[in-house]
Design a protein around this ligand. Structure first.
Ligand code: HEC
Ligand code: HEC
Ligand code: HEC
Ligand code: HEC
Ligand code: HEC
Ligand code: HEC
Ligand code: HEC
Length: 368
């Protein structure tokens, strides 16, 4: 009887040990030496010698900073020492640094996990992600329940329900392999993968030059040996719809929603700029504008230069409204309420709250 118990407990011990070992060895961290290859400056330096105007302030652009390896304190400074209580009933999560790494502990089961990646530039928010691997070797992102927001610090991650339910045993929500691939896909320039096994050692994080200009690496090489400029992947040749569709690959498009969801009342749409913009009459009827040297086209690039930080000055945006709504006989309908020099976007592109912690700009330009 005694030996049966002994055997059973030894068996149990081995099993527990195996689970512990598999958890640690399967956790896909990235070594510090490799991390040097992951930084954006070295990626951008190749373009800088010929394109100073596009590269000068690119490192400050949110796209360039949207994903970083949580491998040193400076990358996760906002999280260290923070405690957040979220949800109803409230659940507590705590972040601390140990051995040069960021850890999170909490939830109902008081579990803990080391953080591998920080998603978000910090212009709006940052979410910690722990990487796991399933028994097929596929990558899973444990997206933490709490997010740091620029407006007011730590709160629940966007889209998370108030009652975390069973999920709150862990420090985050475990995404399936397909969702995980898409998650990294929108925040990286190169994402090597064997099916759903992501090679996070070789990933190039951030939305850098080559993500928007496919073939840029070959172009850079060719230009160094042969200075006759060969055209490649020119955004200016795209129609407004094609252009917005390329930004919408990540920022989402109306096609991701059913016809019933595409209404101005839908509170979630403002998060997805291309959806609103494409639903606007300004966008849909822009071809009715008489074409002249002054008329502009309306797509994302009309208001956002992807190579520079987002402008805070409303007049930068109002200028584009006035280029079409000129207040003369040839231009589209005028504002019956306000003069031409008023702040158009304050009424027609207001900032709205999508999910309590964050504000987004409503890109569905319309009569308020
Ligand atoms: C040795 C010089 C050189 C390097 C390095 C270089 N380019 Fe260019 N690139 C040019 C020249 C010359 C042109 C054509 C003239 C122009 O538009 O400035 C050009 C044009 C472009 C265009 C406009 C596309 C078009 O069809 O007109 C883009 C986009 C571009 N380059 C992106 C990049 C990116 C991204 C990198 C870095 C990976 C890069 N270039 C590296 C010289 C270079
Ligand atoms: C590969 C995916 C991807 C593509 C393609 C993409 N974006 Fe983004 N964009 C992102 C992500 C991710 C963020 C969030 C950045 C952050 O972490 O703050 C973002 C943020 C932004 C922001 C907010 C910047 C800020 O200062 O807060 C603007 C504006 C923007 N994108 C415009 C564009 C435009 C215009 C295009 C097309 C020319 C485009 N994006 C294409 C992924 C993408
Ligand atoms: C279809 C592309 C896409 C996918 C998939 C995606 N993101 Fe994003 N993400 C974006 C874009 C575009 C933005 C900027 C606009 C916004 O905030 O929605 C963004 C913004 C963010 C931000 C900045 C904070 C904020 O709300 O502005 C964080 C953090 C983030 N994403 C984390 C994640 C994580 C974690 C996953 C996977 C579980 C994920 N994203 C999946 C495109 C994507
Ligand atoms: C989010 C997508 C995005 C990223 C990232 C991006 N670009 Fe661009 N780039 C564009 C778009 C869109 C245009 C067309 C701009 C226009 O029509 O005014 C463009 C135009 C250009 C041009 C042609 C400029 C001209 O006046 O014709 C060059 C050169 C260029 N980009 C280089 C770069 C370099 C270098 C980087 C990285 C430092 C980079 N781009 C990053 C979207 C991007
Ligand atoms: C008519 C001008 C205009 C156009 C066109 C436009 N935007 Fe914006 N966008 C704005 C303004 C204004 C802001 C708020 C800037 C600020 O105060 O930070 C903004 C902010 C953003 C942000 C930051 C998050 C937010 O909602 O505040 C993202 C992301 C963004 N735009 C993406 C896009 C994309 C993608 C397109 C193309 C579909 C686009 N925008 C077209 C005016 C424009
Ligand atoms: C490329 C030209 C263009 C630009 C830029 C533009 N619009 Fe428009 N806008 C139009 C056209 C065309 C219409 C449709 C007029 C009609 O119904 O015949 C329109 C319609 C509108 C409407 C009425 C929409 C409705 O649903 O009834 C408003 C409001 C408006 N624009 C405001 C703005 C504001 C504010 C800006 C700047 C943020 C702006 N527009 C930028 C071309 C433009
Ligand atoms: C203080 C808020 C406010 C500001 C600022 C403002 N508008 Fe309006 N605008 C409105 C309201 C409200 C309506 C709806 C009026 C109505 O239906 O009688 C409107 C209607 C419009 C329309 C549609 C007119 C029609 O007949 O369908 C256009 C176009 C427009 N605005 C453009 C602009 C432009 C361009 C600017 C900046 C030069 C601007 N607005 C500034 C509040 C504003």
């Amino acid at each position: 009887m005694k030996s049966r118990w002994l055997l059973a407990s030894i068996g149990m011990l081995i099993l527990l040990l195996l689970i512990a070992v598999s958890r640690t060895s399967f956790r896909k961290g990235v070594s510090i030496e490799r991390a040097e290859h992951l930084n954006s400056p070295s990626q951008i330096a190749r373009c800088r010698e010929c394109h100073a105007a596009q590269t000068d302030s690119f490192l400050q652009v949110a796209h360039a900073q949207t994903l970083r390896l949580a491998d040193r304190s400076s990358e996760f400074a906002r999280f260290t020492g923070q405690t957040a209580r979220i949800g109803q009933p409230a659940v507590e999560f705590r972040y601390w640094e140990r051995g040069g790494r960021l850890w999170c502990g909490g939830g109902r089961a008081k579990s803990s996990a080391a953080v591998d990646w920080i998603f978000g530039s910090g212009h709006h928010g940052q979410t910690a992600v722990t990487v796991r691997t399933n028994n097929r070797g596929e990558t899973l992102a444990l997206e933490h329940h709490v997010t740091w927001y620029v407006a007011h610090g730590f709160d629940r991650t966007i889209g998370r329900p108030l009652d975390l339910g069973r999920d709150c045993d862990e420090v985050g929500e475990l995404n399936d392999p397909e969702t995980t691939r898409r998650c990294f896909g929108c925040h990286t320039t190169v994402l090597p993968a064997d099916g759903l096994r992501l090679d996070l050692e070789k990933v190039v994080p951030g939305v850098l030059c080559a993500r928007c200009h496919s073939g840029a690496d070959q172009h850079a090489q060719r230009m160094k040996s042969d200075s006759t400029a060969a055209e490649f992947d020119n955004w200016r040749k795209l129609s407004p719809i094609e252009s917005v569709a390329r930004c919408g690959e990540c920022h989402r498009l109306p096609t991701s929603f059913g016809p019933k969801e595409l209404t101005p009342q839908n509170q979630t749409l403002p998060r997805f700029a291309p959806v609103g913009l494409m639903m606007s009459k300004c966008f849909q009827l822009q071809h009715t504008q008489p074409q002249s040297a002054e008329t502009i086209r309306l797509d994302c690039v009309t208001c956002h230069d992807p190579h520079r930080p987002t402008k805070a000055d409303p007049n930068h945006y109002n200028r584009s409204c006035r280029q079409c709504h000129r207040g003369d006989a040839t231009s589209p309908v005028h504002c019956r309420r306000q003069p031409l020099e008023s702040n158009c976007i304050s009424c027609h592109m207001p900032k709205v709250s999508v999910n309590a912690p964050v504000m987004f700009t409503d890109h569905w330009i319309r009569s308020p």
